[in-house]
Design a protein around this ligand. Structure first.
Ligand code: ZN
Ligand code: ZN
Length: 72
């Protein structure tokens, strides 16, 4: 993936290591936008999961309890 610098608009080049993204040859702005979308789960995605009520331990326990109540 090739990115253009947000500051200068010039094409950025790959940084010295793939996980570092790319770097602008003009201002040395470092881009990480091209990273993480298909390799690791982003911190934002993890936070979104944590805030999802369905993933709260209490609610998971509640759903199990209510199912048992229906049987009894
Ligand atoms: Zn730049
Ligand atoms: Zn990039």
């Amino acid at each position: 993936m090739r990115c253009s610098c947000k500051e200068c608009g010039v094409y950025m080049v790959q940084a010295e290591a793939p996980h570092l993204g790319c770097v602008c040859p003009e201002c040395f702005y470092r881009c990480t936008d091209c990273l993480g979308t298909d390799t690791v789960v982003s911190r934002e995605s993890l936070a979104a999961l944590a805030f999802d009520p369905r993933f709260q331990p209490e609610n998971l326990a509640q759903s199990f309890l209510s199912e048992e109540d229906e049987d009894g």
